[in-house]
Design a protein around this ligand. Sequence first.
Ligand code: HEC
Length: 180
Amino acid sequence: MDSFELNKIIAAVLLVALLIIGIGKLSNIIFYVEKPKTPGYVVEVENVVASNVVSTAEASVEKIDIGTLMAMGDLATGEKVFKKCAACHSIVKGGKNNIGPALYNVVGRKVGAINDYKYSNALSEYGKEWTFEELNGYLIKPAKWIKGTKMAFAGLRKEKDRASVIKYLNQNSDNPLPLP
Ligand code: HEC
């Protein structure tokens, strides 16, 4: 092999090396992607953690705060929705127990507090008060909120229906509570 051959080989190697470096630089320019300041996947991780925390029994209540929920309701709708409850409940002052206990004054009352009504053990031992939050939770799905309740009612899926009927219950009271 003479030196001319050798030069050609060296030149070829150098050329290839240059090409590789050049293409690398070029592709950096062509495929330059601006990195976001906060990578998207970090947010996703946070979301997963957060949704795990709220995926308890109270999930549907914690997702939306009670003040926002109550603001969705109105009395006229509440009166309409209450027709579903009226099959089992009275709402007027001095109303009688029916299949379910009389509901006049129920908002703010202790759960299971009507003396001459025979509640399930689940309700009479529940020990809380009918706050807006409790009523909302119970009315989403009674059997899930208080296991063992004998209120055979599927529940009100729509937020507006629950907010409205709770407003209506609150209105039918000697001392309506201030809305949250
Ligand atoms: C099929 C009959 C039935 C229907 C319909 C029904 N309930 Fe009831 N409800 C009951 C019974 C029975 C109880 C008693 C539950 C227990 O002792 O476990 C009850 C209990 C309650 C309580 C607890 C009262 C207390 O004194 O602690 C509230 C509040 C209530 N119902 C609200 C409603 C509302 C609001 C609706 C309509 C959206 C409704 N119910 C529909 C039968 C019914």
